[in-house]
Design a protein around this ligand. Structure first.
Ligand code: HEC
Length: 256
């Protein structure tokens, strides 16, 4: 039940207004206190431009110090005189192994270029008049003793085909040749220019060739086709090297 007095009671209006006014004052004070507290403790929000500016400065400073090697440098990463160990199974240095056929042929190709190329040609075909072709020649792809004797002593015509070329004589090529050189050049011409015996003349066989050559009855003179056929129709003695085993291309020694 309400009293009509209430509507017009200024005291009551006053009471309500005072309550609202108190509420306003209280909330204003709280906000002011909050701001005062933040300001006092120094934790007010940092403006975005300050953060951006700091970022730019740090980026530039990092770049300068990093480039100067001050922040990080590989030189400072390892102890002085630190020597890096070899990875297991990896050779520290030296050439990568190759198959015997490839390695012996590569060696032989160099010998051929320096010793035989000038007469027999880079394709091994000679010139048909002064120098015979080595392609398909009996003395090249036949018994290895025959080829070795021709190379080490030279040959006095006629050749394996019965034909005589140019002056009819090839000078001895053994001077200054190592067993590796001879093994290489024999392997090379037996497996190039269209020849493909598929075998490797081993260094041991090449050594056998030097021995045989020195013990010839006519040592120091060029061989003839007759002598080669009569006395050297066999393969050189010595351990074989299979064409696909791995060897050191510098020494031609098999990889253990
Ligand atoms: C100065 C030139 C010359 C050089 C260098 C030379 N040869 Fe000859 N070679 C000849 C001539 C010429 C003949 C043929 C000689 C004859 O008619 O009797 C010949 C013959 C041969 C034959 C015999 C071919 C056959 O079918 O009878 C072989 C094999 C051969 N040479 C291999 C070589 C090799 C390998 C080399 C390098 C290590 C070499 N020659 C270096 C000139 C040369």
């Amino acid at each position: 039940m309400s009293s009509p007095d209430h509507q017009s009671n200024p005291d009551l209006d006053e009471t309500i207004n005072v309550t609202q006014a108190h509420g306003r004052v209280a909330s204003d004070c709280a906000a002011a206190a909050r701001e005062k507290h933040l300001a006092d403790s120094g934790r007010e929000a940092v403006p975005l431009w300050v953060i951006t500016a700091c970022g730019v400065v740090l980026l530039i400073a990092g770049g300068v110090l990093g480039n100067a090697g001050t922040l990080f440098s590989y030189d400072n990463t390892f102890r002085a005189d630190y020597v890096r160990g070899t990875a297991p199974g990896g050779a520290a240095d030296g050439p990568q192994p190759k198959t015997a056929l490839v390695a012996f042929s590569a060696k032989g190709s160099k010998i051929y270029s320096s010793k035989c190329n000038g007469c027999h040609g880079s394709d091994g075909k000679g010139d048909g008049a002064n120098y015979p072709s080595l392609v398909g020649s009996d003395f090249v792809i036949g018994d290895t003793q025959q080829l070795a004797m021709v190379i080490l002593n030279g040959i006095q015509g006629p050749t394996s085909t019965g034909k005589t070329y140019g002056a009819g004589i090839m000078p001895a090529q053994g001077a200054g040749m190592s067993a590796e050189d001879l093994a290489g050049v024999m392997t090379y011409i037996r497996n190039n220019f269209g020849n493909s015996t598929g075998d490797v003349t081993s260094v041991e066989m090449a050594k056998n060739a030097f021995d045989l050559s020195a013990s010839r009855e006519k040592a120091g003179q060029p061989v003839t086709s007759e002598e080669v056929r009569a006395a050297h129709s066999s393969m050189l003695a010595g351990a074989e090297i299979f064409p696909d085993i791995m060897v050191n291309p510098a020494t031609l020694a098999p990889i253990e």
